[in-house]
Design a protein around this ligand. Sequence first.
Ligand SMILES: [Zn+2]
Length: 144
Amino acid sequence: MPEFAIVDRPVLFPAACEACGGVTGRMLDTGAERPGFGGPGAGVHVYICLSCLRKGAVLAGYVKGERADELDAAADRLGDAEKERDEANDAATKLANELTKKQQELIVANAELERLRELEHQRMFRLEQLGGLVNEIVVGGNGS
Ligand SMILES: [Zn+2]
């Protein structure tokens, strides 16, 4: 028994609904293949689009037409909500990455600031030493 799955779009040859030939939208992937015309290995993958699946389900009495419409609308809303969620997740990931980058830039800038402060501190110390030397020379010169 093949495994059924709902796929976002058909990808295996002929990538179309077995019943109506539609090629777009979500489909039931029956997991089954029927023989094609190319001999062995030229199988035709069997998909059923959700529209045909819905018609079949209504005909089989599994679901009333009105209820099927509600389910279709609910599935559409769910799809939209999932898309919005994915977009929001992508945006959040992007923002988190930007934040990480800014934090790294801040760390680098802080390190540079610390380096410049240390340099300034060393220069002030040298200036004080030079000032002391100048005083010794001037005072020493006047004193002799
Ligand atoms: Zn179809």
